[in-house]
Design a protein around this ligand. Structure first.
Ligand code: NAD
Length: 395
């Protein structure tokens, strides 16, 4: 298959393997998830008929800590997609150095066609099917596309009924009332803002003169803009699914991507910068807040043009980092203030940026594959950490 996401994830691993110490057996191992669980979930619908929904959980690697990854509800969910996403979660957690492995789950369903009662039954059925493989120290799910604290609450309740004890750390992204963390709403946008601040330092940019365009003002884009504006950056353009605005004039989403700004922030969907429009990008820097907004072909074009594209595994890791804080708070039964959460998030994002940047600076001019871009630099950091943990465990 041409655009198989899991094949892409495997190709990326082969590419990174050139730069790290890794034996053939370990390389083969990290190119496959540890296990892929599948189930047919039976749900009695409101009209009395039974429907079957296909569900997956892919657990990629747990050498650095419990598996961690969201559960998405979408018509396009597939085995290949969850396998790829679980692999990318392993690298994301390793990039920012939080003690987790990677996993991902999903159900093939368009949730908009289901009633609340049907959604609740489906979420509980998912937990019944896979509960033996979940747990605070086994595999910790979270919300993803089309899921939120609502589904997490049902799943936590179902899990606790099945195991017979309370265990809030088995799932994150919970509402505050059930042990969610302060600051989770702002976390991803704020994490991206910390990356912007580090980039400003590294490239000695003048904040007040730095212009920014943001594609997608949803949860992530909104908070990124709020923090960036407050710090004095010039957010000159923004958009949502209906279109955007640049200096008071209406523009399309395609036009937004090609604006002559300093920093472009795709914060909406995957595959926005492709081989077709990469040549037209005028921004000097890209901060990837969405997952996978730049295709692999576009990545190469941007790198050749000298555009520095900071990867999603770094830029949007603020979300999973505050999920990690939620888990840490649940496991200790002691809760932090929003200021504490923000300060701890800053420390983790700043350190991760510096570590990725150092590898990028040392390898960007290597003759291999035309030099290393920031994405490969982050992958070198992440894959090396996972491989070292596997070696220590004797795997
Ligand atoms: P969201 O649903 O809150 O917002 C998405 C925004 O994108 C909306 O404003 C929507 O109008 C806009 N949009 C949709 N199609 C568009 C298009 N074609 N052009 C421009 N804008 C468009 O979602 P979110 O939680 O903000 O997530 C955004 C991205 O960030 C996703 O790729 C998601 O996977 C990723 N992400 C989110 C989190 C998180 O904590 N929410 C964490 C990591 C990664």
């Amino acid at each position: 298959m041409k655009n198989d996401p899991f094949l892409n994830a495997q190709k990326q691993i082969d590419n990174v393997a050139k730069f790290i110490e890794i034996d053939k057996r370990t390389l083969a191992k990290i190119k496959q998830p540890d296990r892929v669980l599948k189930a047919d979930l039976k749900v009695k619908m409101d009209n009395g008929k039974t429907r079957i929904f296909k569900a997956f959980r892919s657990q990629h690697n747990n050498s650095r800590g419990p598996y961690k990854g969201g559960i998405r509800y979408h018509a396009n969910v597939s085995e290949s997609e969850v396998k790829a996403l679980s692999t990318w979660m392993t690298w994301k957690c390793a990039t920012v150095g939080i003690p987790y492995g990677g996993s991902k789950g999903g159900i093939i369903v368009d949730p908009k066609t289901l009633s609340q009662t049907e959604l609740e039954k489906l979420s509980r059925a998912y937990m019944r099917a896979f509960h033996k493989h979940f747990g605070a120290f086994k595999d910790v799910p979270a919300p993803d596309v089309n899921t939120s604290g609502v589904e997490m609450s049902w799943m936590l309740d179902e899990y606790e009924k099945l195991v017979g004890h309370q265990e809030p750390g088995m799932i994150t992204g919970k509402p505050l009332e059930l042990g969610g963390s302060q600051g989770r709403t702002e976390a991803t946008g704020l994490g991206g803002f910390y990356v912007l601040e580090q980039l400003t330092k590294a490239k000695k940019l003048n904040k007040k003169k730095t212009t920014i365009a943001v594609q997608g003002v949803g949860n992530v884009g909104y908070w990124f803009i709020e923090f960036a504006k407050k710090a004095g950056y010039q957010v000159v353009a923004w958009s949502n699914s209906k279109g955007g605005e640049y200096k008071g004039k209406k523009i399309t989403n395609e036009e937004l991507l090609e604006l002559p700004v300093d920093v472009l922030v795709p914060a909406a969907l995957e595959n926005q910068i492709t081989k077709d429009n990469a040549v037209k990008i005028k921004a000097k820097y890209i901060i990837e807040m969405a997952n996978g907004p730049v295709t692999p072909e576009a990545d190469e074009i941007l790198h050749k043009k000298g555009i520095i594209s900071l990867p999603d595994v770094l830029c949007n890791a603020g979300g999973v980092t505050v999920s990690y804080f939620e888990w840490a708070q649940n496991n200790s039964g002691y809760y932090w203030t929003k200021d504490e959460v923000f300060a701890k998030l800053k420390e983790i994002m700043d350190t991760a940026f510096k570590e990725v940047w150092k590898i990028y600076q040392s390898k960007k001019s290597l003759p291999v594959s035309g030099g290393v871009n920031p994405r490969t630099a982050a992958y070198i950091l992440a894959v090396d950490r996972v491989v070292k943990a596997m070696r220590l465990r004797g795997r």
